[in-house]
Write a protein of this length. Structure first.
Length: 255
């Protein structure tokens, strides 16, 4: 597959909401498997399209590409292909420099809870340029007319709706629900996604109770460590708009 075809595959993946790393050989010296400009795509599940030479070097690039996707930041890799005994991934005799560039879908925010805070988060997120999906199990609140700045408004069981929403490595899930029972229902579904962050509104005590209920239900502690609670920067926020500001400030800091 030539580079033009690889680029088309990468852009099509991003349009589908899938993140991908473009690994490009940017510099070489002496004998190497592929010339400068050679490209390979790496997806979050380690699936690859194309090749930058195969072997141990390619395996290391795939490992690093997956890490780059998680971090959402590009990076350079340099390889000497001289002495495997010294840790080199080959014996071709040359050196290779690669640039790993993550391509992420448009950053978006999925809001669980369409009350006063949920609406304020939707308004500010839209103003900041995020795609916005709002969902709630209360059909009288999950109405597009009440949330005009949301791109999508969904009503129904929150766990099912999280599964239906577009969630990828650039998604931030914001739980601003009315009680911890809804959080207990929603969080396992959120943890099953590849979301960039998962944040839960509420006091430390509320999160402590919620967390224990989830552990008792069998959710691994390591997974729960992904959850940020209380969500938002500590700015003494009280009103829905101030709380939305603290939440979006934290999300902005996360990148």
């Amino acid at each position: 597959m030539n580079n033009h075809e690889l680029v088309r595959v990468a852009l099509a993946a991003v349009d589908r909401g899938e993140s991908v790393v473009v690994a490009t050989v940017v510099d070489t010296d002496r004998s190497v498997p592929r010339h400068a400009g050679s490209k390979m795509l790496v997806f979050g599940d380690r699936r690859q399209v194309g090749t930058i030479g195969g072997g141990e070097m390619e395996a290391r690039v795939i490992d690093e590409a997956v890490e780059a996707l998680i971090a959402g930041t590009p990076r350079l890799m340099n390889f000497d292909l001289v002495d495997p005994a010294a840790g080199d991934p080959g014996v071709c005799g040359g050196t290779v420099t690669l640039y790993l560039e993550p391509l992420m879908p448009e950053a978006n925010i999925v809001i669980v809870g369409c009350g006063h805070v949920g609406k304020a988060v939707a308004d500010l997120a839209h103003w900041l340029g995020y795609g916005v999906t709002a969902l709630d199990d209360r059909a009288d609140l999950a109405i597009a007319e009440l949330l005009p700045t949301a791109d999508q408004v969904l009503a129904g069981p929150v766990a099912d709706l999280i599964g239906q929403a577009t969630i990828h490595g650039g998604t931030h899930i914001v739980l601003v629900t009315r009680n911890l029972a809804v959080d207990v229902e929603a969080i396992p579904a959120a943890l099953a996604t590849s979301a960039r962050s998962i944040g839960v509104m509420g006091s430390k005590r509320r999160w402590g109770i919620t967390r224990q209920k989830l552990i008792d239900a069998g959710v691994p502690v390591a997974q729960l460590d992904r959850v940020r609670s209380p969500i938002g920067l500590a700015i003494n926020a009280e009103t829905p708009e101030q709380i939305a500001l603290s939440i979006l400030a934290e999300i902005t800091a996360l990148g």
